[in-house]
Design a binder for this molecule. Sequence first.
Ligand SMILES: Nc1nc2c(ncn2[C@@H]2O[C@H](COP(=O)(O)OP(=O)(O)OP(=O)(O)O)[C@@H](O)[C@H]2O)c(=O)[nH]1
Ligand SMILES: [Mg+2]
Length: 195
Amino acid sequence: MSFINDKSKEIHCKIIYFGPPRSGKSTSLKLIAAHARKDSKGELISLNRGDDRTLYFDFVPLELGKVKGYTIRLHLYTVPGEIGYHAARELTSKGLDGVVFIADSDLTQMEANLASLESLRQVLAKEGDDLENIPMVFQYNKRDLPLAVPTSELSRILNFKKVPEFETIATKGKGVFEAFQTIAEQVLTTLSGKQ
Ligand SMILES: Nc1nc2c(ncn2[C@@H]2O[C@H](COP(=O)(O)OP(=O)(O)OP(=O)(O)O)[C@@H](O)[C@H]2O)c(=O)[nH]1
Ligand SMILES: [Mg+2]
């Protein structure tokens, strides 16, 4: 749920990078943080295990500029993909305004993709929300892998809502910014619809 501060003329929105373990959530968020203008971003915070896997979240605040005199602040978070870290996903996702679902294109990860989508469904249910209502885009990541499942198949399996979808290679920066731009636009459009 976005937060509007009329005194400081700021609007805060929260976007979550969700998806199965090792699908490229942290890599995508770090890429966006690294390429944002210096004066428009805060410090990137990563709470990891020793082996670089997300324990709790990665977080970076970004300033998108002004709309109708209000400064738009986007708070980008990743969640840990590990199936057992559901509580961390729930806490981090509290009050979310939009989701970038990062699916792993690798053939062996299809069940993990579906399990993660189910986890997202549960997280949203706890918020009193559901997949039908929330702004969302898909990144079909790791398109460089030799056993990458065709995008049409990923779309059929995961994207029943037919939201925007992007082929990405996060390690090479391919497609990640386009996905981010689209979710940011969706979140802001939804927000202006509520005003
Ligand atoms: N080949 C390939 N590897 C990738 C791609 N994106 C990320 N990786 C690699 O996949 C591994 C996991 O990436 P992370 O960004 O840490 O994944 P995550 O989704 O944050 O993982 P958790 O926090 O454990 O859920 C790293 O070794 C990345 O370099 C990609 O597009 N292609
Ligand atoms: Mg991570």
